[in-house]
Design a protein around this ligand. Structure first.
Ligand SMILES: *[C@@H]1O[C@H](CO)[C@@H](O)[C@H](O)[C@H]1NC(C)=O
Length: 328
């Protein structure tokens, strides 16, 4: 016992000297743990080191923001104890599919509104929290269906991602291990509906399918995939149809800790579509065109759960590479 304790102390001391910041940030670390309800066992030393890396990134990035070198701000959040690799593997969940850009057809956007926000028109449900489950694809597909269901019926229903996680395996989805929006629409069509979140509550873990017909919140006839990589086609659909499900490259610390401003990241790639969400509108802020992106990481991430991400920036982060909507 004493030996183990000595070993542990030596490891902690070693780490403390290596990081150089250990004591200086003690207070901040305690605050982080309290604020986000973190309880660690023997992994605290490693978590602390990861958090310090993220803490440094956030400070440096926000310094660049003050100096007008970057367009958006970041902030510490509940994901502060995860490195990018762990974050992407637990908090996203879009399966890969072949997304080669298509020949662009001419889309006339001249007559479209300069700004659209479907939240203001009642089309958008509250922000969901996917937890440590790769279920982004489910929330993205449901976000489109919720909007179209509202358009058709005037009722805004929060729909059940858990229903899709547990039941859409035959269509190719893998629950918390990943899925695709198109496969979710296919399930809802075959199943003749999807339950409400109330009747089939979210647990964020793979479970056995227990769909109930009486709990159905929306049905759907068909779905449409927009032309891949075409932001003007996406703009037209967002303006004329409603909220649209999209895929996105989220693989960046700037994304993990995004807080506000228009997300411009030249290192983003349309080839790495690991995450999905809903475009609920678009507009222009301080001369930069943006998409309004509804995420499923709770309301403490970003702007109450939303991000403004660059629009007409060469399909930045692949925002128009895999977009789709439900037809009710
Ligand atoms: C969905 O259901 C879960 C579990 O009951 C709940 O915690 C969550 O707030 C619901 N989400 C929404 C947006 O209503």
């Amino acid at each position: 016992m004493l030996q183990m304790f000595t070993l542990y102390a030596v490891v902690i001391l070693g780490v403390a000297f290596a990081s150089g910041q250990m004591q200086e940030l003690d207070g901040e670390w305690e605050q982080f743990k309290t604020k986000f309800n973190k309880n660690y066992d023997d992994d605290e030393v490693q978590r602390r080191l990861t958090w310090e890396d993220n803490f440094d990134f956030i400070n440096e990035h926000n310094r660049q923001f003050s100096d007008n070198e970057v367009t958006y701000q970041v902030a510490m959040n509940e994901f502060g104890d995860m490195d990018l690799e762990e974050f992407i593997s637990t908090m996203t969940g879009l399966l890969s599919s072949d997304e080669k850009p298509e020949e662009k057809e001419f889309v006339d956007v001249e007559g479209l509104p300069k700004e659209v926000d479907w939240s203001k028109k009642g089309y958008v449900t509250p922000v969901y929290s996917q937890g440590q489950c790769g279920s982004c694809w489910a929330f993205a597909a449901l976000g489109s269906l919720e909007g179209q269901h509202f358009k058709a019926t005037g009722n805004l229903e929060t729909l059940s991602a858990q229903n899709l996680i547990d039941c859409s395996g035959p269509e190719g989805n893998m629950g918390c291990n990943g899925g695709l929006m198109d496969q979710s629409y296919k399930y809802i069509e075959v199943n003749k509906g999807v339950d409400t979140n109330l009747s089939y509550p979210y647990v964020g873990q793979n479970g056995k399918c227990h769909f109930t017909r009486s709990g159905v919140g929306a049905t759907q006839k068909n779905f449409v995939d927009l032309p891949k990589g075409d932001e003007l086609a996406l703009q037209k659909a967002v303006a004329e149809i409603g909220p649209i499900a999209v895929a996105i490259d989220a693989q960046a610390q700037g994304f993990q800790f995004y807080k506000s401003g228009v997300y411009v990241n030249k290192d983003c790639s349309p080839a790495i579509l690991c995450h999905a969400g809903v475009v609920t509108g678009y507009g222009v802020q301080d001369g930069t065109d943006y998409w309004r992106f509804k995420n499923s990481w709770g309301t403490s991430w970003g702007m109450d759960g939303y991000m403004l991400t660059a629009r007409n920036h060469n399909n930045q982060c692949g925002i128009a590479s895999q977009s789709s909507y439900a037809i009710v």
